[in-house]
Structure formats: structure tokens, C-alpha cells
Design a protein around this ligand. Sequence first.
Ligand code: ARG
Length: 575
Amino acid sequence: MIPALLEKIFRPVLTQYSETPEKFLGMISRCGDPKFGDYQANFAMAMGKSLGKKPREVAEMIRTAVLENPLAAALFESIEIAGPGFLNLKISADWMIRTLEAAAKDERLGVPVSEKPKTIVIDYSSPNVAKPMHVGHIRSTIIGDSMSRVLSFLGHRVIRDNHLGDWGTQFGMIFYGWKHYLDEAKFEENPIMELLRLYRIARQEMDSDEKVADECRLEVEKLHSGDPENRALWAKIMPYCLREIDHAYERLGIQFDEVLGESFYNDRLPGVVQLLREKGLATESEGAVCVFFPGRETPMIVQKKDGAYLYATTDIATFLYRVETFHPDAIYYVVDHRQSEHFVNFFEVTRMLGYEGIDLRHVKFGTILGDDGKPFKTRSGDTVGLDGLLDEAVERARTAIRANEASAIPEEDFEETAQKIGIAALKYADLSQNRESDYVFSYDKMLALNGNTATYMQYAYARVRSIFSRGGFDAQAISENAKIQFTHPSERALAMELMRFDEALEAVAKDNRPNFLTAYLYDLASRYSSFFENCPVLRAESEEVRNSRLVLCDLTARTIQKGLELLGIQTVEKM
Ligand code: ARG
């Protein structure tokens, strides 16, 4: 809302005085201290230099020009020039009230739909199957899901694609294990655990025996080249693998539009190599087919000496398929930062192929660590299974609810609420991190009632909602006839924060950083707390003031609810 208007107002003026309005538009930002204004423009100093004028003079000039625009006259209460030439922009209360009253009546809470909707493929989760889902799969799954939700809410066409690793070397090992050590009864009982056992045997034997390693390689090769036995075995195993991951997705509330694994692209791989050769991008080097990059020593191998194709080859095939099928403007890959080099190279190849118009992003993330600061493992050194992790989070939520004497959760909602709180805690703890950093996993922190946690946000939501049930008011009816007035600074401060919801979402979309949304929600909750301390709602001095405050309450609750929903998190009505 506001940033788009600021741009509309300032761009034409800045264009008059500068050839780089873009640069100066970037110098308009939120004001740190509301005493001075809501937004602040800092470009007068830099512009002064290039125009050979005093910054304050430039600021004055811009202010005058801006205020000639009726849009600006309506939006600003004042534009003040401060210090060396800062422009302090204060938004008009009338304008805020009108805008928020409209937002209260709007299902989208006033968040506009993008004027330039894009088609965006999001490649996320993408686990290597035939192994149980584990802690290492959480980040891609949760961040990708949240990005998909935010972008589609903003009006983009999002294609959620789970690029399964269903064709890799793990199958060679599993087939080797299957052929030598299968325990049918165990497979019947728990297929994924038996596959894991077979995988581990192969892994162990491979490490000490070169021959086993060769045998495993041969098994994948046979799978890739169409050997009927191995294809049949693959087809037998896959449904169990899919069931395993679907179970995890169901618990986490994750959905995809496409589940096109690496296997889907098998037949396209020779074509990729051929295309790269025809375009003169790939050459043979020591028997392998490689793409060399100008100024870099290490090439990207697309076909090995023995004829095998690689991860990179599949990614190029996948890219070409997505381009012809979805015509995307952008493709985001939500993948561990350790694959950075792969993505740099692979993106470079797509540019060499002439697709520089597509916005390709490696949305990378760091590692989840244990207390010891090392990658999170069980005490015995195994990877932590996702199911167990979720179970534990939910169990701790149960304990926390039971321990809370003030809990308002009706007995019949107990289990569902515990599930929602446990899963939410885990997701929020992940999403509220700067995704590029590693973070230490802690159940206690993620379920804390204070601080920037899901539990705190869910509680804030339930508390706002409880005002309506206590007062016997119908939130919807009140918001449909919304009449807002400001009688105290905390009302205005809360209102200003509510108006920034779209700004937070745009920031998430721009940098693929859901933590901008968690930070926003946390700010909103604290603005609400001060509002609630300073402004009695049910005991307001008049009906008008009470109803106005109820609208602010309803907007707060709905914004928290929508914000959490866009993080893939459910709210609960009572806590
Ligand atoms: N399956 C891969 C892994 O677990 C991740 C795939 C990511 N997506 C992609 N298009 N490369 O490491």
C-alpha cells in the first residue's frame, strides 16, 4: 500500500531532477522513530552533490513539487525537513482511517494483488527417497511451502514442484542389499525401515570393499538403461517411498502441484548432452563430456566417461522441461547452501543456452545444529527422523498445555490443539531464522510462551479473539461496518503497523525470506500489547470508541491469522 504510493508520488518528481530515480527511490524507508515520521527520505544529500545545491534546498524543492500532487496532499499529514536535509514523511490519520476501514471489509485485508503477476516454479523439499524423512528435509520443505503461500497470495501463479531424488545412487545400494540380504518379513512389516537397513549394509560393505561399490554402481546403471529386473524392483519399491514422504507432508500440511522426480527426466538426458554439444557449449575432456566456463578451471560434467549422466544433466533437462511446460518468469530452488557451486554453474549454463530472461534463484539455507553446535544428530550419531521429531514437539506441547493452569482449551480440542501448537513451534522456529545461517535446534525455545515463537503468536491471536467472545461481539459484523477513530497514540501506532502487512509480504517475496514475516508479526503483536495496555476495549468511554477499538482488534487477529497461514501455521481459537 504505502510503499507503492510513495513510489507513485516520488518517481515523477525524482525523474525531473535525476537520471537515476531508481537509486533515490531506494532511499525512502521506514522511519526508525515514529516521533519524526512514519517514513523517511534520505536522498537530498546525495542529490545535492550531483546538482551542486545545498541538500536542504533540494529537500525543499522536492517537498514543494511533491505536494502539488493531490495524491500526496491526501496521503501526507506533513513533510518536514530535518537535519542536513532528511524528509520526514508523516502519513495522514484520515487517510489511514479510510484505508483501514476498507481493509476491515476486505478478505485480503487490503493487500493488493500484484499488478504484474509472474509464473514462478518453486522447487522445494525434493528429498532423496527410499530413506526415512529426516531433520535435513525440514528446511527446504518449510521454507519452500511458505514462499509458495506468500507468492500465490500476492497474486502470482506458483507451481510447487517436488523434484524427488528417485533415480540416484541410493537405489544401486538398495538393489544390492535387496538381492543379497532382503528379509521379506521385515519388508512386509516396515518397508522403509527394511530399505534403510539394506541401504546401510551396502553402504558399510562398499566402504571396505571396492567390488561391492562396483556392484552397486552397476545396479544403478542397469536401472537407468532399462534393465527389466531393476526397473520392476524400482516400481515395486517406489510406492512405499511415496507413502513415506506423503505421510510426512500430511503431518506438516504441505502440498505440491507437481511431483516430478529425477526419474521423469531419464529419457531426456541424452538430448541435453546432444543439445549442449550442438551449441558448442560442451566438449569432450578425458572421455567425459564437460561444459567449460570462461575464466574458471573446473568444468561442469554432464556425462561421465562410462556414459552415466549426472545431477547437473538432470537439472538442465528439468529446466528445459519447465520452460516448455510452464513458461515461467522465475524458478526458485530451495536447496541447502552446500549445493551453491552446483547452482552457480547450472544457472550459468542456462544463460549460455540463451535463457537469461528467466529469474533463477538458489534460495539457500544453513544447517540445523544440535546443542553441541554440530549438525543435529541423535545420541547414537544417527540422523534424526522427521516423524520422531514431530512426535516430540507435539508431546512437549501436550505437557506444556497440561502444565498451564490458565489453559482455556476445552478437553475435546486438547489433542488437535497440541498437534497444531507442536508443529507450529517447529515450523516457526525454522522460518524465523535468517535462512542462510545455521541455527541450534531447541524444543524449549521454540515452545516458549514469550519471545518470537509460534506459541507466543498463537497465544496473542487467541487472546485477541477472546475479547469478542467475552464481550459477546460479532467481529465480522463490526468490521463490516468499520468506523475507526484515533483517540490515543497507541491506536495510531497499531494502525500503522497493520497497514504494513503488505510491505512485509513484499519483502518476503523479494528476498525469499519468511523471517521478514515472522519479524513483522512479532512487531504487530507488541504494538497490540501496548495498545491493549493503554486503550480499554470493552470498557471504552463510548460505544464509538469501543467499536473502533474492536475493529483494530479484529484486524490484528485476522492479520496474525493470515500471516501465520502464509507461514503454513494454523491458529487456535482458545489457548
Ligand atoms: N534431491 C536433492 C538432494 O537431496 C535436492 C534436489 C534439489 N532440486 C534440484 N532441482 N536440484 O540433495
